[in-house]
Design a protein around this ligand. Structure first.
Ligand SMILES: [Zn+2]
Length: 216
């Protein structure tokens, strides 16, 4: 005899519907892992043994960069004394620039100055300081009018107007300084002198001249 066993299939459906309400929003958790994905793995092979790219000719450090400048090649010292310009009327092309910016002299005075400047540099480790050098006529007039009497030459009489005088600074303006003393001892060897008058009348320790025999 077979007993029929009948299950009770009446499931409680109501519970299944409610379960879905809480099932959402589980997947929203983010991650900070950048996940490199292994993309850099293939680049190591480029590092081959080629070490030959070193700068082969490393520049040699010599002392040339420290050396004072030399006379520009277009200066013509051997012709300068023959050029007879009036005081304060030397044209630019017959003036020779000094290493010091905006300063210039007659070419023979400039050539001597470059040598003196180099010797000075060797002694003091720096180039000479120049406050004033060649002065055109108008500049002489301007100075004559603005300076106290006796402190500037009458226009047309200044050695600056001949391009053979320089007013120095950097210590030379003080006749007790080592720079002044050195120039007193050495300038003449390079053709530069401190004229007698400049010791007292007026007192101008800074004023130096290229020696063209003007004192003798
Ligand atoms: Zn002067």
């Amino acid at each position: 005899m077979i007993s029929r066993h009948v299950k009770n299939v009446s499931a409680p459906l109501a519970g299944m519907v409610l379960a879905g309400v809480f099932a959402c929003s589980v997947a929203l958790a983010s991650t900070d892992d950048p996940d490199p994905g292994g993309s850099g793995a293939a680049t190591l092979s480029a590092n081959h043994s080629g070490q030959s790219e070193e700068p082969a000719a490393a520049e040699e450090q010599d002392d040339a960069e420290d050396a004072p400048p030399v006379l520009p090649s277009d200066c013509k010292p051997e012709e300068a004394a023959e050029l007879e310009y009036a005081n304060g009327r030397i044209p630019d092309e017959d003036l020779c620039p000094l290493p010091q910016e905006d300063e210039s002299l007659r070419a023979d005075a400039a050539a001597a100055f470059y040598k003196l400047n180099a010797a000075y540099h060797e002694e003091f480790g720096e180039e000479m300081c120049v406050r004033s050098s060649y002065r055109g006529y108008e500049k002489q007039e301007e100075l004559y009018e603005s300076m106290p009497a006796g402190m500037a030459a009458r226009p047309g009489n200044s050695k600056h107007g001949l391009g053979i005088a320089a007013d120095l600074c950097g210590g030379v303006e003080d006749d007790e300084s080592a720079e002044f003393a050195w120039l007193e001892d050495n300038a003449e060897e390079y053709g530069w002198i401190h004229p007698d008058w400049a010791y007292s009348n007026p007192y101008e320790p800074w004023h130096w001249e290229f020696d063209v025999g003007q004192d003798g």
